[in-house]
Design a protein around this ligand. Structure first.
Ligand code: UD1
Length: 422
């Protein structure tokens, strides 16, 4: 099994470039199932999750080819199958998002239920309610969801909760449905805007992009073409924490400020001064000058759960008591016990974490529990004097493109090693 060996305390410096957004690239890749044709997708991050989804698409009959590291050509000459099987869907929950586009293309689909996940139960009831409203008959047998419709018909759908995946799946199912679909209480994440913009670039009629009320007028045909994925705001936020810990010597390149409002506002509330020049963003305010704060994770435009572990890592070395309330996933504090192995003082009380700032991180052997948690442990390791080992980095590979290469360029001492066990 791969692990990172990090010798911390090296003083990082330089620019770190942000790649394409994983969570935009995944649904956009799914959307290539909606219509026959050739798609060129640019700024696709080279990640394990993208490879997994490419395999799902290939099994369904699409051809996916890398033109270069970050450009994918997808050819849809019709689907050979309507089934996404358990062996692939279980490895990545986001592949459930193929269901809406398969339905749009074929009016029937069979997709494995995603199964468990390290950060919570993550049901798909909201996706299914949406498909039902669009006219599908749904059955669940032997771990698979089967959906079929004579015709997909536009409908009014009000989501009980602004689920990202359900919003994406329903939008993709509705783009070629007959008539108008009104989706209320839709999720508003920038990645959803990107998916909608991609669909609009192909001729879909979508209004209300970026709002919680999305109106889709079904069209008969879409016209595939070329599209460039937005930068990854979560990767940018992760590296901005690194910028603070380096007193601004690390500069983040290519982040989109408007996608990061709640995160940046929280850093400003803590006393950080965000500097920008051209496409660079950095923070020179020393961590010793930051104040503790209270964070509550919320659907966008609230504070993103995907930056919860990273801000917790920062708060761990901010003097005073900070608090984080996780409201999106019920089990997303698994990094706490690992961070505490690195000398932090964090206590959990239900879905709240109380973080008592300590002076510094200590090196330790730790384990990544999920993708963002893993990145946070790497950050702590980079600022702990001595040798930190982070195991289970297959989680990190899912979502951080070329992490160690980017960090080595900043002067970090980080290498991939093989260790025994799981
Ligand atoms: C997406 C992101 C993930 C991010 C999350 C929340 C991708 C590939 N992943 O995940 O990185 O952390 O948004 O911003 O884009 N829920 C239900 N029923 C449903 C669907 C969801 O109860 O049918 C619940 C989930 O259990 C969870 C909450 O809603 O508690 C949020 O889930 P959702 O917004 O759907 O997240 P994902 O799309 O899975």
């Amino acid at each position: 099994m791969d692990a990172y060996r990090i010798v911390g305390g090296k003083g990082l410096e330089g620019e770190i470039a942000i790649g394409g957004a994983k969570n935009a690239a995944l649904p956009i890749l799914c959307a290539t199932l909606v219509e026959k044709g050739t798609y060129i997708l640019k700024n696709v991050p080279a990640l394990k999750d993208i490879k997994t989804l490419s395999k799902v698409l290939e099994k369904l009959g699409l051809r996916v080819e890398n033109l270069d590291k970050n450009t994918l050509k997808v050819v849809n000459e019709g689907l050979k199958s309507i089934e996404a099987t358990y062996d692939l869907v279980k490895t990545m929950r986001a592949s459930f998002t193929v269901m809406g586009p398969i339905l749009a293309h074929e009016k029937r689909a069979k997709v494995s239920l995603p199964g468990g996940c390290a950060i919570g139960a993550r049901p798909v009831d909201l996706h299914l309610k949406g498909f039902e409203a669009l006219g599908c008959e749904i059955q669940i047998h032997h771990g698979y969801v089967e959906a079929e419709a004579k015709e997909l018909k536009g409908a009014k759908i009000v989501l009980d909760f602004p689920s990202v995946g359900a919003t994406e799946n329903i939008i993709m199912a509705a783009v070629k449905a007959k008539g108008e679909t009104i989706l209320e209480n839709a999720a508003r994440e920038p990645e959803i805007d990107d998916l909608c913009n991609f669909l609009v670039s192909m001729g879909a009629k979508i209004q209300g992009i970026g709002t919680s009320k999305i109106v889709i007028e079904g069209v008969e045909k879409l016209y595939p073409g070329e599209y460039t994925i937005i930068p990854d705001r979560i990767e940018a936020g992760t590296y901005l924490v690194l910028s603070i810990l380096s007193k601004g010597k690390v500069k983040v390149k290519g982040a989109v400020r408007e996608h990061m409002d709640s995160f940046l506002a929280k850093l400003e509330e803590m006393g950080a001064e965000i500097k920008e020049e051209g496409d660079l963003m950095w923070i020179e305010t020393p961590v010793e000058n930051l104040k503790p704060a209270i964070v509550k994770t919320m659907p966008h435009p609230g504070f993103p759960t995907d930056l919860q572990a990273q801000i917790m890592t920062l708060m761990s070395v901010v003097k005073g008591t900070s608090e984080i309330k996780e409201t999106i996933f019920e089990n997303r504090f698994m990094h706490v016990s690992e961070l505490n192995r690195m000398g932090t003082n964090i206590k959990i009380d239900g879905n709240r974490a109380l973080i008592e700032g300590v002076e510094k991180f200590e090196y330790a052997e730790v384990m990544a529990s999920d993708l963002r948690a893993g990145a946070s442990l790497v950050i702590a390791g980079l600022y702990a004097e001595g040798e930190t080992i982070v195991t289970r980095i297959y989680h990190i590979d899912r979502g951080y493109e070329a992490l160690e290469d980017k960090l080595v360029k900043l002067g970090a001492h980080i290498e991939r090693i093989k260790v025994e066990g799981v």
